[in-house]
Design a protein around this ligand. Structure first.
Ligand code: SF4
Ligand code: SF4
Length: 269
C-alpha cells in the first residue's frame, strides 16, 4: 500500500519551528544575542489573537493595544478567512501550543491506552467546553478597560516561547505546566476548555464552506471516527459536523480513521 504523506504533521512541525524560532530569536535579540539570519519579531506581532484583543481599542480610539501591531490584525483577518473556508485549521494545523499538547498526548495514549481522553465525565465535560467563551469575554473586557495585554500574564502560548526571559508571569508558567501535564490525560485540554482564540475560530464550524461530511448509507457503524477524534466529537451519528470544537484535523476522514472509502470526507457538498 502506498504510504500517505503526513501533511498535517509536517505543517505542525514546520510552524512550531518557524513561530518558535522567530519568538525565541526576538527574546535573544532583546538580550543582545539574536541570530541575524532569523527575523526577530515579538510573539505578539505574529499572534492573531493579539488582533482580537486590540479590536475594541482600534474601533473606539483608533489605537492598538500596547505591544500589538498591524501585523496581528492582518494575520487575524487571514485566519478568519481560512476558518470560513476550511474551519479552524489554524488550531489543527498551525498552532504550536495545540501541536505541543498533541505530542504530549501521544505519551498519554501509550500510558492510558483506551482510557486516554476519557477521564472527564461527558455530562460535566459538555458544560466545561463553554468555559473558553467565558475566558474570551474576560480577556476582551480586561483588555478594553486597561488598554494592555492582561492575557499575557496567564497565556501559556506566550510562556512557551519566552519562559527563559524573566518576562513571563509565574501564573502563566503554571498554566503552561498544567496544559502540558493535563495533555497526558486529556487531548488538547487548553483548546477544549480555555483557549479564547479557539473560541473565536470554533464559531466558523457552524457555517464553514468545506465541512466534515459522513455518508450514512455507507457507514458500517464501527465508530472508529469517534475514537480517533481528539475533541471527543461523536461523528458516527451525524451527517455534517458542525460542533464548535472541531479543529479540522481530518483524523476522522476516510483517508485516516474511517475504514470505508468516501464515507467521511472533507468537502463542500
Ligand atoms: S476528528 Fe474530525 S470531527 Fe474531530 S476534530 Fe478532527 S476533523 Fe473535527
Ligand atoms: S469510521 Fe466510518 S464506518 Fe465507522 S462509524 Fe465512522 S463513519 Fe461509520
Amino acid at each position: 500500500m502506498k504510504k500517505k504523506i503526513p501533511y498535517r504533521k509536517i505543517s505542525q512541525i514546520l510552524f512550531f519551528i518557524i513561530i518558535g524560532g522567530i519568538a525565541v530569536n526576538n527574546a535573544l535579540e532583546e538580550m543582545g544575542n539574536g541570530l541575524p539570519f532569523i527575523p526577530a519579531l515579538s510573539l505578539h506581532a505574529i499572534c492573531p489573537f493579539g488582533g482580537v484583543e486590540t479590536l475594541y481599542n482600534l474601533a473606539t480610539i483608533g489605537n492598538y493595544v500596547k505591544n500589538i501591531a498591524a501585523s496581528s490584525v492582518i494575520i487575524l483577518s487571514l485566519s478568519i478567512v481560512l476558518s470560513i473556508i476550511f474551519g479552524p485549521v489554524i488550531c489543527g494545523w498551525v498552532c504550536p501550543l495545540g501541536s505541543l499538547q498533541e505530542w504530549t498526548g501521544a505519551i498519554g495514549k501509550k500510558i492510558f491506552k483506551k482510557k486516554y481522553n476519557h477521564f472527564v465525565d461527558p455530562k460535566v465535560d459538555k458544560y466545561l467546553r463553554y468555559l473558553r467563551y467565558g475566558v474570551l469575554i474576560w480577556v476582551l473586557y480586561v483588555t478594553a478597560r486597561s488598554g494592555t495585554l492582561v492575557f499575557k500574564t496567564v497565556d501559556p502560548y506566550f510562556a512557551l516561547f519566552n519562559f527563559f526571559t524573566g518576562e513571563v508571569a509565574p501564573q502563566a508558567l503554571i498554566i503552561l505546566g498544567l496544559t502540558v501535564g493535563g495533555s497526558l490525560f486529556i487531548e488538547r485540554p487548553w483548546c477544549k476548555y480555555a483557549c479564547p482564540y479557539g473560541a473565536v475560530l470554533g464559531v466558523s464550524n457552524k457555517f464553514r464552506i468545506f465541512k466534515i461530511r459522513r455518508v450514512k448509507e455507507t457507514c458500517i457503524n464501527c465508530k472508529k471516527c469517534d475514537k480517533e477524534c481528539p475533541m471527543n466529537i461523536t461523528i458516527s451519528n451525524q451527517e455534517i459536523i458542525t460542533d464548535h470544537q472541531c479543529i479540522s484535523c481530518m483524523k476522522c476522514t476516510s483517508d485516516q480513521a474511517c475504514p470505508v472509502k468516501k464515507t467521511v470526507e472533507f468537502k463542500t457538498k
